[in-house]
Design a protein around this ligand. Structure first.
Ligand SMILES: [Fe+2]
Ligand SMILES: [Fe+2]
Length: 285
């Protein structure tokens, strides 16, 4: 499980104990992000509930808030079983904080229903596909079905709204989406130094008795060989397969904002196929 570390040649040189500890701790770190993300989702969904003016959207957001509370409960219980909680990753915290502090409900929905939930949906699918834990597989399937509905809500509600929004306001929302994507985006092959990864991940290495210097050297070598770039079949790249296509679909890549993505070196992906398949509520086969 995780970001394909097991396919790195370096990983094969570790002892079995180190490999098993790494698998356990990196999974615990991921589960912790799910827990933190769901806690954020309760707050953002509640925020949409009270700030969205449309009554039907308000009622929907109320049901989403309840879904998210259920997700918090389930991940809290799972993390309790695993008996360790890692800190919230910087990117995730940045996006959720910005979302909660934003000045309009459309931005709250961009931050949650498009950015964070796309991220979650991809990760849940990948865990569902790879885990050997039957309980986790079941949990993933249930949570994924809810999340795909939340992503669809973001699209169904925001799409028509953006289509008739004043261009200045749309630009403002597109800028917010760009800032949020920038926080989540990582340059391909960049996770090769201690500074470029989260503090939580360094704790994973420490708890697995793996020397960070050896690890990053291994990551760098693997990146140079193109090993970590490819996702195994059935695995989803949350940003390219779900998040960017979701933003594209509602018109958040305006000509002005496209230049900013370009300057930041972030490639825009607009292929809707994986997104549409996931919205059917099923993992990608
Ligand atoms: Fe959720
Ligand atoms: Fe959700």
């Amino acid at each position: 499980m995780g970001a394909g570390h097991h396919r790195m040649p370096f990983f094969q040189k570790l002892s079995q104990t180190q490999r098993e500890a790494f698998t356990a701790h990196s999974t615990a770190q991921l589960m912790s992000q799910f827990l933190h993300g769901e806690q954020g989702a309760v707050m953002t969904a509640a925020c949409v509930t009270h700030s969205v003016p449309d009554i039907n959207a308000k009622l929907y957001a109320a049901t989403q808030t309840m879904d998210e509370a259920r997700h918090v409960e389930v991940f809290a219980k799972y993390c309790e079983k695993v008996a360790i909680v890692y800190p919230m990753a910087k990117g995730l915290k940045g996006v959720i904080d910005a979302t909660l502090k934003s000045d309009r409900f459309e931005k709250v929905m961009i931050g949650m229903n498009m950015i964070v939930e796309s991220m979650a949906l991809g990760s849940f699918n990948n865990v569902y596909r790879t885990t050997q834990c039957e309980l986790l597989k079941k949990l993933m399937f249930g949570v994924m079905r809810d999340e795909s509905r939340h992503v669809t809500f973001g699209h169904t509600y925001l799409g028509p709204l953006f289509a008739k929004m004043h261009p200045d306001d749309l630009e403002d929302c597109a800028e917010f989406a760009f800032q949020a994507v920038s926080m989540m985006w990582r340059r391909p092959g960049a996770a090769t130094t201690t500074d470029s990864v989260d503090k939580g991940f360094l704790e994973v290495l420490e708890n697995s008795n793996i020397d960070p210097a050896d690890f990053f050297k291994g990551m760098k070598e693997a990146a140079e060989q193109g090993i970590t770039q490819e996702l195994p079949p059935g695995q989803i790249h949350s940003l390219n397969d779900l998040m960017m296509p979701a933003l594209a679909r509602v018109g958040l890549f305006t000509p002005t904002i496209r230049k900013k993505y370009d300057e930041a070196g972030i490639t825009i992906f607009e292929d809707q196929r994986v997104l549409e398949a996931m919205e059917g509520g099923n993992p990608v086969a």
